[in-house]
Design a protein around this ligand. Structure first.
Ligand SMILES: [Zn+2]
Length: 398
C-alpha cells in the first residue's frame, strides 16, 4: 500500500486533500521534499503509524546529489565530538557521524534535537540506525547526509564492529576505524590542550606515520617506552600536511612482542625487479626505458591535496602538480616507476619546484632522462584503479 493510500485509510482526508497538503509542503520548503518524503512527514503530523515495509530504503552506495532526501539503514562507525555552530543570533548544535553500509561510508550530521541521542549514548559506535527523511548534500566533493526537523532516527540494534588491521603504507583518508601494529620510534611529552590531554608520537612498520592520541589513549601511550611495539585498535586517519593517525580516547592501546627493525635508507637492500614484494622498501637500479604517462592536475598547497578549479577550502590559488610514470627495467624484468612532485624535480635536476613549469616544459625535460641508468628508493604497490604493479619512488638516489 502506498503512503498516500495509508494516509487515506487512516485519516479523514480525501485523496485530493492529501495531495494538496503534500504539494503545500513541497512548495513551502523548496528543495527539501520529494512527494514521498512529504507524504511521510504529513503522515507523522497526522499521528498515523506507518508500516516500515512501506518506507523505501536507498542503499548508501547509490546515493548521489540528484536525490534530495533518503531513507537509509546504516551502522555507526565513528562519532566526532558534538560541536556548536553560530549563525547570526541562531545557535545550533551538531554531531558528525561516519556511517557504513557494506563497503560504503558516508558522513551523517545530526543537528539540534538529534544531538542528545549521542550525548546520552543511545547512539554509539556499532549502533544500527533506521533513518528516515535525511537531506542529501555535497560537502567537500563527497555526498553527506544530514537531519532536518522532519527527519526520524531510530536505533534498531547493535552490531559489534572490529577495527580493520592495516599497514601504515595502506592507510588512507577514508579509514575511520583501524588497527595498527608498529614500533613506537619517538614521542613528545604529554600536554594539555584546552581541557584535553594529547601526546604526539611517531610509528614505524617499514613506513613512518605521525600520530596523536587523546585523553585516556594519550595516558596509555605515555606509559609505553620508545622502541616497544604498540598495538592501537580504533584509530582514524586524517590529512594535515601528510596523512596522520588520530587516536581517540576510547581506542584500545596495548603492546606486542612483534619486532620492527628500523632500516636507514642507505641500508635498504638492493633488489631486482623480479624480486620485489608489495610494500617492502628497497633500492632498485635500472634503466628508464620510456615514458608511460605524464599527468597534470590542480593542487592546493594549503590542504596538500588535489582540487578542481577551486579547492574545497576556498583556495583559488592552485598550482599545477604532476605525476610521471616511466617504464623502468633491469636485467630481470620491467615495471612502472611512479614519481611525484619533489622526486620529479630531483630526477630532472631542477632547482625550481616542478609546479612552476608548464606541461610542455616538463614533457621536454623528461625526454632528457630516457635511456639513463638510475637508482631509486621506494616500494612496489598495486594501482587500485588499473590493478597494475607500480614502483613508487620515494627518493632518487642517483
Ligand atoms: Zn585547499
Amino acid at each position: 500500500m502506498s503512503l498516500i493510500e495509508q494516509i487515506k485509510k487512516k485519516s479523514n482526508l480525501s485523496e485530493d486533500e492529501i495531495n494538496s497538503k503534500i504539494k503545500e509542503k513541497i512548495s513551502k520548503y523548496p528543495g527539501l521534499f520529494t512527494e514521498e518524503s512529504a507524504a511521510y512527514v504529513l503522515a507523522k503530523e497526522l499521528g498515523i503509524v506507518l508500516e516500515d515495509k512501506d518506507v523505501k530504503l536507498t542503499p548508501l552506495n547509490i546515493i548521489d546529489n540528484t536525490i534530495k532526501t533518503a531513507n537509509v539503514n546504516t551502522v555507526v562507525e565513528y562519532i566526532f565530538p558534538p560541536k556548536e555552530y553560530v549563525q547570526g543570533s541562531k545557535k545550533s548544535k551538531y554531531v558528525r557521524l561516519i556511517v557504513r553500509e557494506d563497503d560504503t561510508t558516508v558522513n551523517l550530521t545530526l543537528w539540534d534535537k538529534f544531538v542528545p541521542l549521542v550525548e546520552t549514548k543511545k547512539i554509539k559506535k556499532g549502533s544500527i540506525l533506521a533513518c528516515k527523511n535525511l537531506s542529501v548534500n555535497k560537502y567537500k566533493n563527497k555526498i553527506s547526509l544530514g537531519t532536518t526537523s522532519f527527519s526520524d532516527i531510530q536505533v534498531t540494534g547493535e552490531k559489534k564492529i572490529e577495527p580493520e588491521q592495516k599497514r601504515i603504507n595502506d592507510l588512507s583518508e577514508s579509514d575511520f576505524f583501524v588497527k595498527v601494529e608498529a614500533k613506537l620510534v619517538s614521542k613528545r611529552e604529554l600536554r594539555n590542550i584546552n581541557s584535553s590531554k594529547v601526546i604526539n608520537f611517531r610509528l614505524y612498520d617499514g613506513f613512518y606515520i605521525n600520530a596523536s592520541a587523546w585523553d585516556d589513549a594519550a595516558e596509555e601511550v605515555n606509559k609505553i617506552d620508545i622502541g616497544k611495539t604498540i598495538v592501537i585498535e580504533g584509530a582514524y586517519v586524517r590529512r594535515r600536511q601528510k596523512l596522520e593517525l588520530n587516536v581517540p580516547s576510547d581506542a584500545k592501546i596495548s603492546t606486542s612482542s612483534k619486532a620492527f627493525e628500523v632500516v636507514a635508507d642507505a641500508d635498504l637492500p638492493l633488489k631486482n625487479i623480479s624480486e620485489l614484494a608489495y610494500g617492502e622498501r628497497v633500492r632498485l637500479k635500472g634503466t628508464i626505458k620510456g615514458l608511460d604517462r605524464l599527468v597534470s592536475y590542480n593542487w592546493c598547497d594549503k590542504c596538500n591535496k588535489k582540487a578542481e578549479d577551486v579547492c574545497a577550502c576556498g583556495n583559488k590559488d592552485l598550482v599545477k602538480n604532476y605525476i610521471v610514470g616511466f617504464i623502468f627495467g633491469d636485467e630481470s624484468a620491467t615495471t612502472k616507476a611512479i614519481l611525484f612532485r619533489n622526486q620529479i624535480s630531483a630526477l630532472l635536476g631542477l632547482q625550481q619546484d616542478i609546479t612552476g613549469m608548464t606541461e610542455d616544459e616538463v614533457s621536454s625535460k623528461l625526454s632528457t632522462v630516457l635511456d639513463k641508468d638510475k637508482e631509486f628508493l621506494g616500494y612496489l604497490k598495486k594501482n587500485t584503479f588499473s590493478g597494475e604493479d607500480e614502483f613508487i619512488v620515494m627518493r632518487v638516489v642517483s
